[in-house]
Design a protein around this ligand. Structure first.
Ligand code: NAD
Ligand code: GLY
Length: 359
């Protein structure tokens, strides 16, 4: 097991990464304020991992309320969130009852938001079971739900008490979901660490085969970079926005294509190519840099071409992005591979060029 820490003063917490962690309730027990938890999961993850977790917690004297939600990005909404509140109130969950998110980013984001708002805030723990949630969504405290007009538009910053990333859970993950997680791993190389990008190019086959050493290293380095960025800027006043490389384009793709049709990671992958292409048109990246980015994304089993939504629809959906300031869109682009920049200065013709029939 490897452990690293997100350093946020009194809201600091450990991230444990390794095989077999779900079988170690001792990693959770010190973080419970009372021997009572609600485990929030979904209909796909429950048959795989819920019973084991519940049995281990109960054997340690912890009372458990399981809450099983429908599965899918399309359910990341008010109605499903309310199912969590219904169960918590019916079971008379208290202020010190911990909510445990057992699942991917959808479950993590919704459970975190429920924890932030139930009785004005109860403790919560993340047990991410997808690669995407292990390298990104379970770390850093962004929680929330979607609105029909925009992704993740309703939510709160709310940090977990501990994150438990059990790499064994990735063995049941469909390959398409594994690839979606690799999009966020590639993101860290592009925005922060050119050496990591080179390592990813050399190890992509091992990662897709879930080689234990390679996958643990990729998760560790990704969380390390995220922890460093979030430690500097928890509430995204500035630098944290670089974690959204490809996301402004990506959210437009997700919204435009209907939630769940393009996976978040797939939309981010195609969005990162659009960001790289924008950076090339601004003279920062070379054609070879863009080709390298595309090749790595394809090697991860991800799309490197965005759907043609039409410029107007792209601009409409991108206008709902949380980075919009004073009505002006802001973009995360690349000064070079391994170095991100946040800018509002993208000339209209450059943007229109990238959005017109993406290829
Ligand atoms: P997801 O939660 O929908 O999980 C993907 C699919 O895999 C689901 O069908 C899920 O039930 C299933 N699954 C989960 N674990 C499994 C396992 N071990 N074996 C088999 N199947 C399993 O999607 P995701 O990619 O994990 O997360 C995407 C979500 O995360 C989006 O809503 C996105 O907005 C959000 N997100 C949030 C942040 C953040 O900082 N909070 C960052 C990135 C993404
Ligand atoms: N996924 C972007 C962030 O956590 O800031």
């Amino acid at each position: 097991m490897q452990t690293l820490h997100v350093r946020l003063g009194e809201r600091s917490y450990p991230i444990h990464i390794g095989a077999g962690l779900l079988g170690q309730p001792d990693l959770l027990l010190p973080h419970l304020q009372q021997k009572r938890v609600a485990v929030v999961t979904n209909t796909t993850v429950a048959p795989l991992y819920l019973d084991r977790l519940v049995a281990l917690l109960q054997a340690s004297g912890v009372a458990v309320t399981p809450i099983v939600l429908p599965d899918g990005e399309a359910y990341k909404n008010w109605e499903t969130l309310n199912l969590i509140f219904d169960a918590l109130l019916t079971q008379r969950a208290e202020r010190k009852t911990t909510l445990i998110a057992l699942g991917g980013g959808v479950i993590g984001d919704m459970t975190g938001f429920a924890a932030a708002s139930y009785q004005r805030g109860v403790p919560f723990i993340q047990i991410p079971t997808t690669l995407l949630s292990q390298v990104d969504s379970s770390v850093g405290g962004k929680t929330g739900i979607n609105h029909p007009l925009g992704k993740n538009m309703i939510g709160a910053f709310y940090q977990p008490k501990v994150v438990l990333a059990d790499t064994d859970t990735l063995k049941t993950l469909p390959p398409r979901e594994l690839s979606a997680g690799l999009a966020e791993v590639i993101k860290y190389g592009l925005i922060w660490d050119a050496d990591f990008l080179t390592w990813l190019e050399a190890n992509m086959d091992k990662l897709r085969a879930l080689d234990p050493a390679a996958i643990t290293h990729a998760i560790y380095r990704s969380c390390e970079i995220k922890a460093q960025v979030v430690g500097q800027d928890e509430r995204e006043g500035g630098i944290r926005a670089i974690l959204n490389l490809g996301h402004t384009f990506g959210h437009a793709i997700e919204t435009g294509m209907g939630y769940g049709n393009w996976l978040h990671g797939e939309a981010v992958a195609a969005g990162m190519v659009m960001a790289a292409e924008t950076s090339r048109r601004l003279g920062w990246l070379t054609e070879a840099d863009v080709a390298r980015t595309r090749a790595l994304i394809r090697a991860a089993g991800l799309p490197d071409v965005a759907p043609d939504l039409g410029v107007d629809r792209y601009l409409e959906y991108m206008g709902h992005d949380k980075k919009v300031e004073g009505g002006k869109m802001r973009f995360v682009l690349l000064k070079k591979l391994g170095e991100a920049v946040i800018t509002g200065d993208v000339p209209t013709d450059v943007l229109t060029g990238v959005l017109t029939a993406p290829h």
